[in-house]
Design a protein around this ligand. Structure first.
Ligand SMILES: [Zn+2]
Length: 274
């Protein structure tokens, strides 16, 4: 794990890249920030998480780091120990964690809920959607600390690295660490992961037919494993859907919850009088 810093003092902000070793966009964004060394008004910790997996260009060495939290110092696996070390580095920090996918070329954000952090930060990020992970947060970093996760684009693409860098700048702007915050967008759609879309293991060829974040109607086919076709039993929104992104699932069936501004209205804090 590589841990660096921008600015002076004890950081309560952190940016994390490459929790997954086959997602170099985050590491590239961190390296670019270190090279530029922008004049931040709040110190920021910069972390490249799974360097061993990154060197081998594999998702993980022994187990998926983003299912291994909280981990332990004497865990059996590299990622189990790394999870513990990474959590120790990030505790007390507001965190942006960068990922990339095989399912979608444009950025979107993930959080456990539309919590205060998501409401404060996500409207300032150039993302297509916010996805609530619901019950699927288990073992992920997102379940343990204040973190906004972003999917930056296709794994290994230059575009994902460029998006990752831009999202870092937007995050730092949103939290008042660098420059002006980007204009607020509250029309960002909010989806929620409802269930996994199981995928049979061992087929020769997989294919998906549906577009992520676009509604699949009841009776529509959305995927194929060799000759076996998968048809929606009820309508859903595909999220993280891809032919080869995951071993056991095509991705997730989600629901459209609303827009970010709907949640702003549900804020329990009193609105100031006009
Ligand atoms: Zn990832």
């Amino acid at each position: 794990m590589r841990v660096e810093q921008l600015g002076e003092g004890e950081p309560d902000l952190a940016i994390v890249g490459s929790i997954h070793g086959d997602e170099p966009c985050g590491a590239r964004a961190v390296e670019r920030l270190l090279l530029e060394a922008p004049d931040v008004s709040r110190p920021v910790k910069l972390v490249v998480a799974n360097e061993e997996a990154l060197e081998r260009n594999v998702r993980y060495v022994e187990e998926d780091l983003n299912r291994a939290f909280p981990g332990a110092p004497d865990a059996d696996t590299h990622e189990g120990r790394l999870a513990h070390e990474l959590l120790a580095e990030l505790r007390g920090c507001t965190v942006l964690s960068m990922h990339s996918t095989q399912s979608y070329d444009r950025p979107f954000a993930l959080s456990t809920d539309t919590d205060a952090l998501a409401r404060a930060v996500v409207p300032h990020l150039g993302v297509d959607a916010l996805v609530q992970t619901g019950e699927f947060a288990e073992g992920r970093l997102i379940d343990f600390i204040d973190v906004v996760e972003v999917e930056c684009g296709y794994q290994g693409s230059d575009e994902a690295a460029e998006n990752a860098y831009r999202l870092c700048r937007e995050f730092l702007g949103a939290v008042g660490a660098l420059g002006e915050a980007s204009p607020e967008r509250t029309d960002i759609p909010v989806f929620r992961l409802e269930r996994q879309l199981p995928k049979p293991v061992g087929a020769t060829e997989y294919e998906t037919y549906a577009e992520n974040f676009e509604r699949v109607a009841e009776g529509d086919r959305y995927a194929r494993a060799d000759d076996e076709e998968f048809v929606a039993e009820r309508p859903f929104y595909p999220i993280l859907l891809s032919a080869y992104g995951y071993e056991n699932v095509f991705g997730y069936a989600g629901s459209l919850v609303g827009r970010l501004d709907d949640h702003a209205e549900a804020d329990p804090e009193p609105t100031p009088e006009r």
